[in-house]
Design a protein around this ligand. Structure first.
Ligand SMILES: NC(=O)c1ccc[n+]([C@@H]2O[C@H](COP(=O)([O-])OP(=O)(O)OC[C@H]3O[C@@H](n4cnc5c(N)ncnc54)[C@H](O)[C@@H]3O)[C@@H](O)[C@H]2O)c1
Length: 299
């Protein structure tokens, strides 16, 4: 059975971390009944807090009303129970840890629990959907649907693997729009999709400048911010991505430059400094140094 946008009523989000909580919130704001599943109940506490603060910002910007925020929250259910999470869902968006073994395990579980008609999507950053398509047991209705930040950076990549049926791509291009994203089509599997393929080159170059002791973290960011009049540099971007996620990507690349940079990231991770989400990464949050007046000019 092919699905059309009108057939999607209930959305299941796997993982309630940085991305899952945002995709889930946008899904609810777009009118879908939304279930957010995680194995760690503790992660719901911060997910709910961050969702509240995103809604507050959206209300302040007059992007939504108080009533719309209230209705959206009313459409979200958090659960650690796999069976009730999968009950009656039409669409699944997976945002669990960026580890192949974890993705495979999660999809194997939900493949058996979700209704056969449900469309499955992964938000993986650098793995390829074909690496775990068979675990979904419905590879023809499985596709990468990769978000960036959802609210600040609202572009979503639609990247099929060789076995994805064409109607699924068409559906995701429409679903992307209904989630207030700009959908972009990646014609064939390619690591990093579109934006991340460009970003990984920038981050890799920034990392090498520091690990080969050519420049400092702050000066690398100053150069990027000052030249392009950007609000954030490569190390500030890494803090937003999460140093653990960045480590998985960098460590998997395998070349000596990337390995050296992965070792630097590991020293931060071992100290619990994962970036914005823990309040400390290369910078301290809130109010990181690069956002303070005078950072670029060293005033
Ligand atoms: N952070 C980003 O900027 C970003 C952007 C786009 C895509 N992604 C991708 O999205 C995915 C999630 O990234 P994130 O930054 O939200 O990670 P995160 O660490 O913030 O959250 C991951 C969540 O997955 C949960 N989890 C782990 N194993 C699980 C399991 N077996 N079942 C259910 N939940 C499980 C964890 O408890 C955690 O809450 C990754 O694949 C990542 O590459 C991240």
């Amino acid at each position: 059975m092919k699905l059309a946008l009108k057939d999607i009523r209930k959305v299941l989000i796997l993982g309630s971390g940085t991305m899952g909580l945002r995709i889930g919130l946008q899904s609810a704001l777009s009118g879908f009944d939304t279930v957010i599943y995680d194995i760690h109940e503790s992660s719901f506490v911060s997910a709910k807090k961050i969702q509240q603060s995103i809604l507050k910002q959206l209300i302040e910007k007059q992007s939504i009303t108080d009533k719309e925020a209230e209705l959206a929250l009313g459409r979200i259910i958090f659960t650690t129970d796999t069976k009730s999470a999968a009950n009656n869902v039409d669409f699944v968006s997976e945002s669990v840890w960026e580890e192949l073994s974890v993705k495979k395990e999660v999809w194997s579980t939900f493949a058996d629990l979700c209704p056969p008609h449900a469309v499955f999507t992964t938000n993986t950053s650098y793995l390829l959907p074909s690496q775990f398509a068979s675990d979904t047991k419905r590879s023809e209705r499985f596709c990468a649907f990769h978000f960036h930040d959802v609210f600040q950076a609202n572009v979503v990549d639609v990247m099929p693997h060789a076995g994805t049926e064409e109607w699924v791509v068409d559906l995701l291009m429409e679903m992307g729009k209904s989630l207030k994203q700009t959908p972009v089509f990646v014609k064939k599997e390619s690591p990093g999709y579109i934006f991340n393929a460009m970003l990984v080159a920038l981050i890799g170059a920034a990392g090498a400048l520091v690990t080969y002791d050519i420049s400092s973290i702050e000066d690398v960011d100053r150069s990027w911010i000052g030249n392009f009049k950007m609000t954030v540099g490569p190390f500030g971007i890494l803090d937003a991505i999460g140093l653990d996620t960045a480590w998985h990507v960098t460590n998997s690349l395998g070349d000596p430059k990337s390995k050296k940079f992965a070792s630097l990231l590991k020293t931060y991770i071992d100290e619990g400094k994962l970036g914005q989400k823990t309040g400390q990464g290369f910078y301290t949050y809130p109010n990181p140094a690069f956002m303070k007046p005078g950072f670029v000019n060293k005033d």
